[in-house]
Write a protein that binds this ligand. Structure first.
Ligand code: AMP
Length: 423
């Protein structure tokens, strides 16, 4: 047999990394609870037709697609939004609005593997369905900010834009949807020259002037954008909508560092607000989202406005590492329990269960090693305490408790053991 390795782009996540990812996921779930989002679980495998209907060529060309044994063309999900839109268009058709849902899990894209870019990665995905109001858009930015604060990330900032600004101009210039999609995708990659080659002089001059706008203050930037949009009513309305959303966000403590007026997101389903979040030390999107008001209708549901965000758990983990932040489990005391002789196993197990029931992390000696060897191992794996269950101490209802950091050992009554360890 050959020596098997994981498939290219797929990773084995070992204990420490899994712990970090789970810490982030836990915080996403806490955030969901405090914003009243209920968690749903949808399949990893979806119909390829559903996933391709409204996404981006970049994702369409990078899906893991195969025929199942029933000859259906299916794909591993590259994101969650299509699955949630499918749910809302049929199963949840009659649920009271708004619907707020969280999904957590792995997604799959055949991306070129590099730091922060994997073929299997994890997302926490929030969707707020049924409202077209700026409060709904603001909520997704606020909850993202809240979530990132909860995991301990520092100095994160949002890049914010509005698809309605560019689409408003392109629609008014009579540019067909297919060309619009191409232009927006090129602009997303900052390939402006290629994008402008696809349009005539009139629309080109407006887009060129938008590309040049920069500014530290978001509200000043929106005014600058509006000044370039004379005669483009819909685009101007989109800029006003963005202003309304950001006013709501700015009232809270969110760090709205910059606004990029032509900032476009690759996904075709976005119709309004778009945003991404980043940290200064790592030039890659940690999470992104936006408004998609037509997707649910496209899937055969009622016309339903919606807004959502996906956070990249793996990239957040890298961001935390860059900032030197670790999952905080330092308060959990770790105890290693050793029966001094084999016939004391039952008593030692009984004591271990008692400790576990009072919330203590217990590892039991299952290798049958002598005390000396077992102690060496407990030191090596950084246990805080060792409990030695021996004949003479048991006669007085006690055990020996050794503090490995302090190199101290006491004899202690079993009923006081948990309390002492937790001190
Ligand atoms: P998107 O669905 O493209 O908006 O992506 C949402 C988030 O998923 C991004 O902001 C990233 O944090 C994360 N992400 C996207 N692609 C990858 C990838 N190949 N590897 C790891 N994380 C990714």
């Amino acid at each position: 047999m050959p020596e098997f390795k994981s498939v290219r782009g797929m990773r084995d996540l070992l204990v420490e990394e899994t712990k970090q990812l789970n810490f982030i996921i836990e915080k996403a779930r806490e955030t969901a609870k405090s914003y009243a989002y209920g968690e749903v679980t949808t399949p990893i495998v979806e119909s390829n037709e559903l996933l391709c209907a409204k996404t981006s060529d970049e994702i369409r060309n990078r899906m893991f697609t195969f025929k199942d044994l029933g000859d259906r063309t299916v794909s591993l999900r590259p994101e969650f939004t299509a699955s949630i839109a499918r749910l809302v268009s049929n199963v949840l058709k009659k649920s009271p609005r708004p619907i707020r849902v969280l999904s957590v899990g792995s997604v799959y894209r055949y991306d070129e593997p590099q730091r922060g870019r994997y073929r299997e990665f994890w997302q926490s995905n929030f969707e707020l369905i049924g409202s077209n109001k700026p409060e709904a858009d603001a909520e997704l930015i606020l909850l993202t900010n809240n979530f990132l604060n909860k995991i301990g990330l520092k100095n994160h900032f949002f890049k914010v834009g509005h698809m309605g600004i560019l689409k408003g101009v392109l629609n008014q210039e009579g540019i067909i949807e297919k060309t619009q999609t191409k232009i927006l995708q090129l602009m997303d990659k900052k390939e402006y020259a290629k994008a402008f080659d696809l349009i005539d002089d009139n629309s080109r001059s407006v887009l060129e002037s938008l590309v040049k706008i920069t500014g530290k203050n978001v509200f000043d930037t929106i005014e600058k954008i509006k000044n370039q949009l004379d005669g483009y009513e819909k685009a101007k309305n989109a800029a006003d909508n963005l202003k309304n959303i950001l006013e709501l966000v700015a009232e809270s403590d969110s760090q709205l560092k910059s606004i990029d007026p032509v900032f476009s997101r690759g996904l075709e389903y976005y119709t309004g607000l778009i945003f991404e979040v980043q940290i200064p030390e790592f030039d890659i999107s940690l999470g992104g989202g936006g408004r998609y008001d037509q997707l649910i209708e496209l899937f055969g549901g009622l016309s339903t406005p919606a807004v959502g965000v996906a956070h990249g758990i793996d990239r957040l983990n890298i961001a935390l590492q860059i900032q030197g932040i670790h999952a905080d489990d330092q308060n959990i005391k770790k105890v290693f329990v050793i029966p001094v002789t084999t016939d004391l196993r039952i008593r030692a197990l009984e004591i271990s269960e008692k400790l576990r029931n009072s919330g203590i992390f217990v590892e039991f000696e299952v290798m049958g090693r002598k005390v000396g060897k077992a102690l060496q191992y407990a030191n090596k794996i950084n246990m805080d305490y060792v409990v030695l269950v021996g004949e003479s101490e048991l006669k007085t209802g006690s055990v020996a408790l050794r503090d490995l950091a302090k190199h101290e050992q006491i004899t202690i009554k079993i009923e006081n053991l948990a309390k002492k360890i937790r001190e």
